[in-house]
Design a protein around this ligand. Structure first.
Ligand code: ADP
Length: 492
């Protein structure tokens, strides 16, 4: 039910995205159409007006040739000669002839004795044809063309006008047709967008449906990638990579938890059995002391293991704040030797240290010491009694930045090549029985690797046959080193 509920919610949101896209497109398209219709109407109107003025000008020229004198100094003309083949609008022609001082000499019948533009304007129609829109007394708007003309030596002004109403009605028709088609066009465009987005978003729907299936237990599921080259395919790939990383982390976490519990179980079981066995019979105080000593040994191992686990979990959670300082690396090596020297002495081993005391690094000293300590401790643990362990410190000049190299070489059993890549993994032991005898849980090198890497260094192992050599590389703090060199130069 829960899943079904989620499915429905998803469908709704997917449709709404599709719907939103369609509405946005429809709105934008409608607005564009309105602008388009506006511009088209305006252009159409201008064209019609231009055409009307052009016809009026031609007719005015004809009218000038048809003027005849009439009694009382008036003029008249035979309007039947007019024909207007160019105009597709049926327009009513209005005609007025007046003297330059405004006396009306002729008005045609359709003008119904109305005034066509009032008294003459200064220089009206002289040189060129004068065009203007005039509102008549009855409210009609007309397009008037006037021209100056000499008739039998008398200067006259001829005005010819057409009513604007037929133009307006033609424009109205034009707008009506467009207004009728526009909603159809918008609906059609929206339908196309709705269909296309539906098709385009269908991989997304499938991706989301699959994503809803993915839980912590099903992290191996992956989103379908339909077209790796398009945006959705790219998103799916990125998401799948994220899932891969999550799956890896989860697997690592699970393995870590089960390995850690396993490691904790062994010393705890050992503690319990030592206690139970010792309680079964009466013992002398000496024997009890031995029992307590072996229990304490197990407790020491447990404490060591818990410390390592704590270090690793802190490192994983990023809680550790590095406190970096610049310090001579050889001092650190000597400090490590002082800490583990007693263990080497127990096994009659010799630790030899050779190196340049001027090599200075900038790192978290405490964390780095843990790394060197673990490596040297391993060298002691896994090398036979009476063997020799060398710790060499030198600067490696090739490459940038310049690097300091601590090499820990022992005469132990060596590490087979196939194992060399794994020994830095958590809880990895080559020979678990032997390693556990030494108190190891397979965490020492994992911690060392982390400790070196957070200090911008690298750790590697080299082993061919007997003996191994662990090398830790760290960037040299050149500024401090050059100060030290300068001081040395000055002293010598
Ligand atoms: P442990 O705490 O068990 O020593 P590490 O992580 O320190 O675990 O080492 C992992 C494994 O690598 C060990 O179990 C051991 O078998 C092997 N190893 C580490 N250092 C050496 C060495 N110097 N010589 C031989 N084997 C080593």
């Amino acid at each position: 039910m829960r899943f079904a509920g989620r499915e429905i919610r998803f469908r709704r949101s997917s449709v709404s995205l599709r719907m939103r896209l369609t509405l946005w497109y429809g709105g934008a398209f409608a607005a564009l159409l309105v602008v388009f219709i506006g511009v088209a109407t305006f252009v159409h109107y201008q064209q019609l007006v231009k055409q009307v003025y052009h016809s009026a000008t031609q007719e005015l020229e004809t009218a000038e040739g048809l003027l005849v004198p009439a009694p009382d100094g008036l003029v008249t003309l035979n309007e039947d000669y007019f024909n207007n083949p160019q105009m597709r609008l049926r327009l009513e022609r209005l005609l007025e002839v007046l003297t330059v001082d405004g006396r009306v000499l002729y008005r045609n019948k359709k003008l119904h004795d109305e005034d066509l533009g009032g008294p003459p304007l200064p220089n009206e129609g002289r040189g060129t044809y004068n065009e203007r829109i005039v509102r008549l007394e009855d409210g009609r708007r007309v397009l008037v063309v006037s021209h100056y003309h000499r008739f039998h030596g008398q200067p006259l002004i001829l005005r010819l006008a057409y009513d604007e109403a037929p133009i307006i009605s033609s424009i109205t028709q034009f707008v009506e047709v467009l207004a009728l088609l526009a909603p159809l066009a918008v609906i059609l465009a929206m339908w196309v967008v709705f269909t296309v987005t539906g098709r385009a978003l269908s991989p997304l729907s499938r991706m989301v449906r699959r994503a809803e299936w993915i839980t912590a237990e099903r992290l191996s599921e992956r989103l379908p990638v339909h077209n790796p080259k398009d945006d959705l395919g790219h998103a799916a790939r990125v998401f799948n990579e994220l899932l891969q990383r999550l799956e890896d982390s989860f697997r690592q976490l699970k393995r870590f938890t089960s390995d850690a519990s396993h490691e904790l179980r062994t010393p705890l079981a050992s503690l319990r059995s030592i206690g139970e066995v010792s309680l079964q019979t009466q013992h002398s105080p000496e024997e009890y002391r031995e029992v307590i000593a072996s229990m304490l040994e197990e407790v020491r191992r447990l404490t060591q293991l818990v410390d390592s686990l704590l270090a690793i979990s802190r490192a994983d959670s990023g809680q550790i704040q590095l406190k970096t300082i610049s310090f001579p690396l050889l001092d650190l090596v000597h400090e490590v030797e002082a800490l583990v020297g007693i263990l080497a002495e127990d096994k009659h081993q010799t630790i030899r240290i050779a190196g340049n005391e001027d090599i200075v690094v900038h790192a978290d000293r405490g964390i780095l010491r843990q790394a060197v300590l673990n490596v040297v401790d391993n060298a002691i643990k896994y090398s036979p009694e009476g063997s020799e362990i060398t710790i060499a410190l030198e600067a490696e000049s090739q490459g940038s930045p310049e690097r300091a190299v601590i090499s820990v070489t022992d005469q132990g059993p060596g590490i087979p090549e196939t194992e060399q890549t794994h020994i830095f993994d958590r809880f990895y032991r080559i020979d678990s029985g032997r390693s556990r005898d030494h108190g190891g849980a397979g965490l020492g090198l994992a911690i060392a690797k982390w400790a070196v890497e957070v200090n911008d260094g690298t750790i590697a192992v080299f082993s061919e046959g007997a003996g191994s050599c662990f090398s830790i590389r760290l960037p040299i703090d050149r500024q401090i080193a050059s100060v030290a060199e300068q001081a040395q130069l000055a002293a010598s």
